[in-house]
Design a protein around this ligand. Structure first.
Ligand SMILES: [Fe+2]
Length: 256
């Protein structure tokens, strides 16, 4: 089942005039709080993506150092679980393999959309899913320190990252900070984690919103609350750019 997004914000108004930056940021914040994500459409070619993103916090470098990352198929990476190929990605949060708190927000924007089928970013809001957990499972996910590893693609690039932290933590946001992976949460025989992965994948398949990009579209989401994934595609020209954003003034973020 596919679900169309409802949290959609236009960068220009009904007169085709560019909406002032502060107004755009304010409305985007409101929509993020309500829905956990916002898709920005009708984005002009001269839109200042990095400047817009800087309103939401400081930047966290991508793997290998680039602050603005590229998401596009990379040679020699088609056979592993990795964002830099054309294969699907399973639901996850970003940064479960960081020793620091995960990025609060992720922002993608579309340089070249995928032609043909596929290539959507999908997102699923965990807020109702956490509320649906029974109390003992929720407490277990707060109190149990799990082992996590990075993706096979990143490991192949020489970053064999391992971390230890719970699935749920309170980091000062209105909702719990979630860290989740279908394949890199190493729970061994933990019944609660096994059930969580099965249940959240089932709900994700039913409830996730599919974002189909047009050129210049922006997708911004609350990575402490929302899972994301990707549908497979065939067009090797598909190209997104990405920024990871943490709350301003926290740890060693790059000033936006
Ligand atoms: Fe991701």
């Amino acid at each position: 089942m596919t679900h169309c997004p409802i949290s959609i914000l236009s960068a220009v108004d009904f007169n085709d005039e560019v909406i002032p930056r502060d107004d755009l940021v304010r409305t985007a914040r409101e929509m993020l709080d309500e829905h956990g994500y916002v898709q920005l459409v009708n984005v002009p070619d001269d839109f200042h993506y990095v400047d817009f993103a800087s309103e939401f916090g400081d930047f966290v470098p991508n793997y290998g150092g680039p602050v603005v990352g590229d998401v596009r198929p990379e040679p020699g990476m088609e056979d592993v679980y990795h964002a830099g190929n054309t294969r699907p990605l399973t639901p996850h949060t970003e940064g479960y393999d960081f020793t620091t708190p995960p990025p609060r927000y992720l922002m993608l924007w579309c340089v070249t959309p995928a032609s043909g089928e596929g290539g959507e970013t999908t997102i699923g809001d965990t807020k109702p899913w956490i509320e649906a957990l029974d109390d003992s499972d929720r407490e277990h996910l707060y109190s149990t320190v799990f082992h996590w590893k990075t993706t096979d693609g990143i490991a192949r690039k020489g970053l064999d990252l391992h971390t230890e932290h719970p699935v749920l933590e309170d980091m000062g946001a209105p909702t719990p900070t979630v860290r989740f992976s279908c394949n890199n949460l190493l729970h061994e025989d933990d019944d609660v984690a096994v059930r969580l992965q099965a249940e959240w994948q089932r709900r994700y398949a039913d409830e996730a919103v599919w974002i189909r990009y047009h050129r210049n579209d922006v997708l911004l989401w609350d990575n402490w609350r929302v899972l994301h994934a990707r549908n497979a595609f065939s067009d090797p020209q598909r190209h997104l750019r990405r920024l990871q954003i943490r709350p301003a003034g926290v740890l060693a973020g790059v000033q936006g």
